[in-house]
Design a protein around this ligand. Structure first.
Ligand code: SF4
Ligand code: SF4
Length: 429
């Protein structure tokens, strides 16, 4: 454990074995899980608030949960376990608020094929998750001759009617966030970072053409105020044009409302034995080794199974050709990590359609985590009672062996092993 939040911290530097206050490493672990879950809620709540949507209930929970982590408030293990599960419940609520705010503002996403190449002319590459920033930029750049490209988690923007209507929303460039340093250097236009995950550019590469907006900030990069993108558009027009370079198209936009439109087909295909199993392979991407597990797993999923995916981990396999089963794509991209609400709705709708509990569905969840929104989403899934979830590529360092055991005993939470071993186990379900 590590805690140095109060004056009595051990040796004036940090409690590492046991708190001077009496807090043990398991309480510290649960408090960290709670704090990280709250950070995830904060991200979703921030986006929703920017669109004018708030939740008094979630805000009140955040105050209560933060208060619980103050020195000498609670040393009770069960209270802390209840708080982290409540955090999952509140995350579901705020994801619902955000989903409604997105669909009310930008319409219901529709499945769409997205270009991954570039068009001749100046361009701006937009990364992050803030659809409102992208919308304002599209409005302000219309008719200027500048094409707008999405990077990484902005991909699902192409499926929202109020965004896709802009003809100069030209495509999706590059892969997941950890490729930025290479891909942003190669992209000759200007770059806009709207939220996480933005990286600090290596010296003398693209810092002079990197802009940040809203919550983001990078030393040396110009920061946009009040969503006035004039300087960014001007910069893009002054930079070398991108080449005409068509490339493979990728599908996205399977919001739960779009998947529910396929519900009859899906149910019929399952009943006819044409679809045997669903896999949700989703979550963050990252730079550490071990993440090729997810590519290998997706590649090894049998031909009579469907893969649901979301968030930027999918860049490891979303350009592969998975084909379809009776018109149902075998790879269904639900969207951003901000669309995790849709994934939950799909699971609940499937359990309704097959008249069984979520844990009785032929559905396996294999998640990749990187940062704190993933923690909030995992807590949501646990709050919903989902069992047998696999997480990786590495166990969170802030979960102690005792807390991990509680999660394993209660929720059958598993760490990933090898694609072959995990696949064989999952297909037994
Ligand atoms: S709150 Fe407890 S564990 Fe944290 S620094 Fe203070 S005494 Fe140590
Ligand atoms: S899915 Fe996670 S890792 Fe990927 S961009 Fe979003 S927050 Fe970052």
């Amino acid at each position: 454990m590590f805690c140095y939040q109060c004056e009595q911290t051990a040796g004036g530097s940090g409690c590492t074995k046991m708190g001077v206050c009496g807090k043990n490493e398991d309480i510290q672990s649960l408090q960290d899980i709670l704090l990280y879950g709250l950070k995830g809620i904060a991200a979703y709540g921030f986006h929703a608030r920017e669109l004018g949507a708030v939740s008094e209930e979630v805000d009140a929970f955040m105050h209560e949960a933060l208060f619980k982590t103050v020195t000498n408030v609670s040393f009770d293990l069960n209270q802390h376990i209840a708080a982290v599960l409540k955090c999952g419940e509140m995350n579901l609520k705020i994801m619902e608020v955000l989903d409604k705010a997105h669909t009310q503002r930008f319409g219901y996403p529709v499945p769409v094929e997205v270009e991954t190449g570039t068009r001749t002319g100046p361009g701006i590459l937009v990364t992050g998750h803030d659809l409102l920033d992208l919308y304002e930029l599209l409005k302000q750049s219309e008719g200027t001759g500048v094409n707008i490209y999405t990077h990484s988690e902005m991909l699902p923007a192409h499926s929202y009617p109020e965004l896709k209507k802009f003809k100069h929303l030209a495509g999706n460039y590059g892969g997941a966030w950890q490729e930025q340093k290479k891909e942003f250097k190669e992209f000759s236009g200007a770059i806009l970072a709207t939220t996480n995950c933005v990286l600090i550019p290596p010296d003398n590469t693209y810092l002079d053409r990197l802009f940040t907006v809203g919550i983001t900030g990078v030393p040396g990069a110009a920061h946009i105020q009040g969503r006035d993108f004039t300087a960014l558009i001007k910069k893009a027009r002054s930079l070398p044009a991108l080449p005409e370079a068509p490339a493979k198209k990728i599908m996205t936009g399977f919001h739960h409302t779009a998947i529910l439109g396929l519900a009859d087909k899906i149910v019929a295909a399952v009943k006819a034995g044409k679809i045997k199993h669903f896999f949700l392979i989703g979550g963050c991407d990252g730079a550490k080794p071990g993440r090729n597990y997810y590519t290998e797993l997706a590649e090894k999923v049998p031909a009579d199974c469907v893969i649901l995916t979301l968030a930027c981990g999918k860049y490891r396999f979303n350009k592969l050709d998975f084909g379809s089963i009776d018109g149902i794509p075998r790879l269904i991209d639900i969207g951003q990590c901000n669309n995790a609400y849709s994934a939950v709705q799909v699971a609940l709708a499937l359990s309704k359609a097959f008249n069984c509990g979520v844990n009785d569905l032929p559905l396996s969840l294999v998640l990749s985590w990187f940062e704190q929104k993933a923690v909030a989403i995992l807590l949501t899934l646990l709050h919903l009672g989902m069992k047998g979830i696999r997480i990786g590529p590495t166990p969170p360092a802030f979960i102690t062996p005792n807390v991990l055991k509680v999660l394993q005993d209660t929720f059958d939470l598993k760490l990933i092993t090898t694609p072959d071993k995990d696949l064989a186990q999952m297909l037994k379900k």
